[in-house]
Design a protein around this ligand. Structure first.
Ligand code: SF4
Length: 312
């Protein structure tokens, strides 16, 4: 079956099973275009709270499907490819994080949603790159904070807020791989292009960026800003949406260090295909199952984040 036929069958299955397909901005264009909802991690979590569908197919990675399940314990949450993990979540194993917290008592623990349910269960509040500043600002200036797992985002927030959060030493392979040297070369050949960078990028790239923001923020900026050309230093899937929303503008993916690898494509996100969405919905396979004790503990910090962000 080709994708056109598969998508038609997926729509029929969705109607029969009351299923919703939610996709992250880093998914392949055809998946973004067929999904009922496309968003960043925060928007996906907010949408997961609102949906009345009985089945949620999460076209994204494991921590996103876990978050949807944590918020919807009675619903079936399906992940099209169970190998779709996250290098950032992997950089923060729950046992090591727990030992770190034990060694630093008295801290409020903020973790990025890009973590396993077990790490969320150890946290006081979660955040996404869209609301990290808002979450940190919700705490008193003198509050002792541990922030994890992304060191670049944590250090960026420290620099903006003049806080001294203890930052876990984790990172995402996509954002770590951008080449400052090649970006500066690209800027020479595109002198009017603005550099848009995600705060998960290392500091030298953030220093030369024209605008820093979460995926959703960069998308918004690219629509409202007056430039006609942009170099985009985040996962390349977002370029599809940027181009769609601003067809008259030019979007150039920021180059990675290794030009032989497509490192600005998240290898986990790109595991999801239309065929895998069809298979998991048709057979109701790859269901996310969580230990109820962990789920309950992980739900509290996510709900606290959603409360700060003005959601339920
Ligand atoms: S882009 Fe990075 S943070 Fe996002 S899912 Fe992929 S590995 Fe994880």
């Amino acid at each position: 079956m080709d994708n056109f036929e598969l998508i038609r069958k997926i729509k029929d299955l969705q109607a029969a099973k009351n299923a919703v397909i939610m996709a992250h901005y880093y998914q392949e264009p055809e998946i973004q275009d067929m999904a009922d909802f496309v968003g960043d991690s925060l928007a996906l979590a907010q949408k997961a709270v609102e949906t009345d569908a009985e089945i949620i197919v999460l076209a994204g990675v494991n921590f996103m499907a876990e978050t949807a399940k944590i918020l919807n314990p009675s619903k079936k949450v399906l992940l099209p490819d169970t190998e779709a993990g996250c290098s950032l979540a992997d950089s923060c194993p729950a046992d090591q994080f727990e030992a770190f917290l034990s060694a630093h008592p008295g801290y409020t623990v903020i973790t990025y949603v890009n973590t396993t349910a077990a790490v969320k269960a150890l946290s006081d509040i979660t955040c996404t790159s869209s609301n990290a500043m808002q979450v940190v600002a919700s705490l008193p200036k003198d509050e002792k904070i541990i922030f994890g797992p992304d060191r670049n985002l944590g250090n960026y927030i420290n620099s903006l807020t003049d806080r001294d959060m203890l930052v876990w030493d984790g990172a995402c392979h996509v954002h770590e791989e951008f080449s400052l040297e090649k970006i500066l070369e690209l800027k020479k050949t595109h002198p009017n292009a603005k550099l848009l960078a995600h705060p998960e990028c290392p500091k030298p790239i953030l220093i030369v960026a024209d605008h820093i923001g979460s995926t959703a923020e960069l998308l918004k900026f690219s629509k409202t800003d007056t430039a006609s050309e942009y170099i985009v230093a985040t996962e390349s899937g977002i370029l599809h949406r940027m181009q769609k929303e601003s067809p008259q503008k030019c979007f150039i993916p920021a180059p990675p260090n290794d030009s032989t690898c497509a490192c600005n494509n998240c290898r986990f996100m790109k595991l999801v295909t239309v065929q895998k969405i069809y298979d998991c919905l048709c057979n109701e396979t790859n269901e996310v199952v969580l230990d109820e004790n962990i789920r309950l503990k992980a739900e509290k910090p996510i709900r606290r984040m959603l409360g700060i962000s003005g959601s339920k």
